[in-house]
Ligand binder design. Structure first.
Ligand code: NAP
Length: 327
């Protein structure tokens, strides 16, 4: 089955509205007990099941995610999928410093190309803004790399609306990746409409709220201290109980489509006109295979609205503690 394609920003990069997040592919600094083999298999499962965008970053395993993604994609035609990675973390002083200096970003792109074993990146994101570099200069470095054919689309991640405006002074920005889910809807009011108006694609991260929106959790949940979910406010009260209650509204809709809660949530994002590509992560190939089936779920307007209303309270709830760097 041929799936719908979306276009990234003002470029000719085209991809499916469902991508694959790979922070758990080699991301040993983010999750405990990851196996390289599982990571390789889940990337291949994505590409074999109709997912055409892979989202990685230098900081996921300090290069290891990129290496594994590079290995996994080796069996596939490079032009058949879209490859996105990110950089800005500078460890040269011994600790992590965010660095958007044009020379540093240029070196980072070269290093990512090497680790991914490819000669171009479809999307390169500045992973986090730094405090000192004029934003249009940082983006200007990526524009030079675009002119050299090394990247095809310019992205920003974790930039506020004002920072996006500053970075996009020359109109070079094509895509913004930031946290958004049914539980984190702040950007609906400001960032997302601005992006739509300026033909900049929006890619939400943590779309499954780190697994919570799959509907698989009940009242008792805990994670080890070295798992990033132990820091996430969604898994803490009162948000946790509010989320579990809202998820109940999804279950009958999922059932009517013979779908899972996760597939229904992913379908909802793909029908949101302000969202371009949704990039759920996974720990195992079976999760990716299941998530890929959301490409075949289409919600009615009423079903879309019912879910929207069930989570309306999350448009204004204070997110609480946000995730710390490095992810
Ligand atoms: P997510 O997509 O909200 O949740 C993914 C997690 O949910 C999986 O690791 C898996 O964890 C669980 N899951 C996924 N599919 C499932 C299924 N079908 N059934 C049951 N459980 C399932 O969170 P994320 O992976 O952390 O974020 C998505 C992607 O966004 C990342 O991979 C990364 O590429 C990107 N990201 C970017 C930034 C940034 O700063 N730009 C920040 C964060 C993330 P368990 O099996 O452990 O439950």
């Amino acid at each position: 089955m041929t799936h719908k394609q979306v276009t990234i920003g003002k470029t000719d990069v085209q991809t499916t509205p469902l991508g694959l997040g790979t922070n758990a592919v080699g991301g040993y600094n983010l999750f405990p007990n990851l196996k390289d083999e599982d990571g390789l298999n889940l990337v291949k499962a994505g590409l074999n099941n109709g997912i055409q965008l892979l989202d990685t970053a230098y900081v996921y395993g300090l290069g290891h995610s990129e290496e594994l993604v590079g290995q996994a994609m080796h069996d596939f035609d490079r032009h058949s999928f879209t490859l996105a990675t990110k950089g800005a973390q500078d460890f040269s002083s011994g600790e992590q410093v965010i660095n958007n200096d044009p020379k540093f970003l240029t070196e980072q792109v070269e290093a990512s190309l090497k680790r991914l074993n490819t000669d171009y990146l479809d999307i390169y994101y500045i992973h986090f803004p730094d405090k000192q570099t004029p934003k249009a200069e940082a983006v200007g470095a990526l524009q030079r790399l675009r002119e050299q054919g090394k990247i095809r689309a310019i992205g920003l991640s974790n930039f506020s609306l004002d920072q996006v405006k500053e970075a996009n002074a020359d109109g070079y920005v094509d895509v913004v990746e930031d946290e958004f889910s049914l539980l984190h809807r702040d950007h609906e009011a400001d960032l997302m409409p601005y992006l739509k108006d300026h033909q900049i694609s929006f890619v939400p991260y943590f779309p499954l709220a780190s697994g919570l929106l799959t509907g698989k959790y009940d009242a008792d949940v805990s994670f080890p201290a070295d798992d990033i979910r132990s820091q996430i406010s969604d898994f803490q009260e009162p948000r946790y109980s509010q989320a579990l209650k809202a998820i109940e509204a999804i279950r009958p809709i999922a059932k009517a489509h013979n779908a899972t809660v996760a597939q229904t949530v992913l379908a909802w994002y793909m029908q949101d006109p302000l969202i371009s590509v949704v990039i759920p992560g996974a720990k195992r190939a079976a999760q990716v295979e299941a998530n890929a089936q959301s490409l075949d779920v289409t919600l009615s307007d009423t079903e879309y609205q019912t879910i929207d209303t069930a989570f309306a309270g999350f448009k204004s709830i204070e997110s609480g503690k946000s995730l710390a760097d490095p992810d």
